[in-house]
Design a protein around this ligand. Sequence first.
Ligand SMILES: [Zn+2]
Length: 68
Amino acid sequence: MTAVGRGVAAGVRARFCPLCGADLDQPRGFCHEYWAGTDRRFLLWCPDCGGTTLATIPARLTSYEPEH
Ligand SMILES: [Zn+2]
């Protein structure tokens, strides 16, 4: 089972590279989840573009909806 596959089994949704969109659910893909307070963070490495990224899913997100 790949790193992302193990994460999906635990409810993780970080599957694609934020830089190039490649599927990270492959033997060389890297996805490591950790927590900072109540935020979920994912350290990702993509074998297709070589990019390393950090994605954060905050416990709460405040935004607004623009007028239509
Ligand atoms: Zn990539």
